[in-house]
Design a protein around this ligand. Structure first.
Ligand SMILES: Nc1ncnc2c1ncn2[C@@H]1O[C@H](COP(=O)(O)OP(=O)(O)OP(=O)(O)O)[C@@H](O)[C@H]1O
Length: 451
């Protein structure tokens, strides 16, 4: 029941000055107030309406039908369409006004001419068309963001990783992407989505490394009020969970339950909402090892580890690096309207840096190079300070006086190891580049650690 209660006067001052078509009737159906605009649609003046009975007007075919009896009966707002004697159509809304005992004492009716509504309809149609074109634009933009053009896949490890991803893209199975920070895990996830049957739906990411624990579940399922969960927004699409290995155990349990049930409860409501989302996850660490150490839930591991793909560090993808350097030079030259070139020395230096931050780090250094200085040809000394390698030692730097050959060779070995560590980052790569075994590299590093 509507709750308009009548305090005293049902027809305040504002009613008399109203430009709208308003009529007030009492509970007997007698019109006790009629605004200046009322009656025009029925071919009557407001004065002719005042004191008339709506039942009479209905019988005379003027109000077809009258709204007051319906509001009296329903005791709530009623909306209907009237045919007027002139043949026009009116949309009428009637509201009850109640007395202190809760009975309908007056009925206020308000009418709009159909043609006015047509204007509103036209406006709504316009809005709808605008919405449709915005939706189209959004989906185009979404596709564009996902379409990461300019992929460089030249080394065997990256070719293998991406082609596995492309092969399984169409299969509706979870994918687990392993790799260090900045190796291209989210790029691969987007490529898989783009090539899957879900490509026209959303691709959303959630970074498990940075999301506060207390917000994780709310982020996924929403709160039933203002927050819509990712599982709803990405329904039919793909959800990329970054750094799943950093998710605390109790949230892993929650995630496993959600994935098992394929439905969730929003807020405190009784309703269970099903979802259909393909998961792609990434991890920097070794998940199998984490399972063994009791740090990763075995059940969740088996749910996610269907297609594991590994992206190797950039340092082990030299063929990619050779192309990524000129690629980013071109990208940033264009972005900053520069025409920088790389000297061969700088190119060699870039090729020999260890890039622990992988492609992200390379990208950052390339942008810094392009925007720094004024010279067109960039040299190694244009590199940010922390990337400039100490000049290679020459034998003349090594003190020979009074030293035995083994002691001099040890000094040389120590320097070589220091540079190799800086350049290649991992002991595996150092071993590969220096042509010795990895345990031998570890042993030598240990030997020179304290000297
Ligand atoms: N094969 C590639 N060719 C060209 N650019 C690439 C390639 N792979 C990744 N990139 C670019 O490298 C940057 C890092 O990639 P991405 O964000 O996918 O790495 P990530 O492993 O997901 O990083 P993080 O662990 O920090 O989330 C991005 O700017 C991306 O566009």
């Amino acid at each position: 029941m509507s709750s308009f209660y009548l305090e005293s006067n049902p027809t305040p001052e504002v009613f008399d000055s109203s430009q709208e078509d308003l009529i007030v009737t009492n509970r007997d159906g007698i019109i006790i107030k009629a605004s200046k605009q009322s009656g025009a649609h029925y071919g009557l003046t407001p004065e002719e309406l005042l004191g008339a009975s709506v039942y009479d007007l209905e019988e005379r075919g003027i109000f077809t039908p009258a709204i007051t009896p319906l509001v009296m009966k329903e005791k709530k707002k009623v909306v209907l369409v009237q045919e007027t004697p002139s043949g026009s159509r009116e949309l009428i809304m009637g509201f009850p006004l109640f007395d202190g005992a809760g009975d309908v004492e007056f009925v206020v009716s308000y009418s709009y001419e159909w043609s006015e509504l047509l204007v509103i309809q036209e406006y709504l149609d316009g809005l709808e068309a605008e919405m449709a074109s915005l939706k189209e634009e959004l989906s185009r933009l979404r596709k564009e963001t996902v379409e990461t053009s300019g992929l460089i896949l030249s080394s065997r490890p990256s070719l293998e990783a991406f082609s596995t991803g492309f092969e399984v893209a169409e299969l509706d199975v979870p994918v687990m992407v392993y790799g260090e920070h900045g190796t291209g895990k989210s790029t691969l996830a987007k490529e898989i989505h783009k090539r899957s049957g879900r490509k026209d739906q959303a691709f959303l990411s959630l970074d498990c490394r940075t999301i506060p624990e207390a917000l994780f579940e709310r982020e996924l399922v929403g709160d039933g009020r203002e927050k819509i969960g990712l599982l709803s927004v990405a329904d039919g699409g793909t959800l990329y969970l970054e750094g799943i290995d950093r998710l605390p155990l109790h949230l892993q349990t929650r995630l496993a339950a959600l994935l098992k049930d394929k439905e969730f409860r929003v807020g405190d409501g009784p309703e269970m909402v099903p979802f259909d989302v393909r998961l792609i996850c990434s991890a920097e660490g070794d998940l199998a090892g984490a399972v063994k150490d009791g740090e990763f839930l075995c059940e969740l591991y088996y749910m996610l580890q269907i297609v594991p793909i590994e992206l190797r560090p950039l340092m082990e993808r030299r063929e990619d690096l050779t192309l990524l350097i000129p690629h980013f030079l071109e990208v940033f030259n264009e972005k900053h309207a520069r025409e920088r070139e790389l000297s061969q020395e700088l190119f060699d230096a870039l090729m020999n840096l260890p890039w622990p931050g992988n492609i992200d780090e390379l990208q950052n250094v390339m942008e810094r190079l392009v925007v720094s200085g004024r010279e067109q040809v960039l040299r190694p000394d244009h590199l940010p300070m922390e990337y400039r390698l100490a000049p290679a030692s020459t034998l003349s730097d090594i003190g020979l006086d009074g030293r035995s050959l083994p002691s001099i060779l040890e000094s040389v070995e120590k320097r070589v190891l220091k540079i190799a560590k800086q350049r290649y980052g991992t002991t595996t790569e150092m071993a590969k580049q220096l042509g010795i075994s990895q345990p031998s590299v570890v042993r030598k590093l240990k030997k020179y650690e304290d000297t």
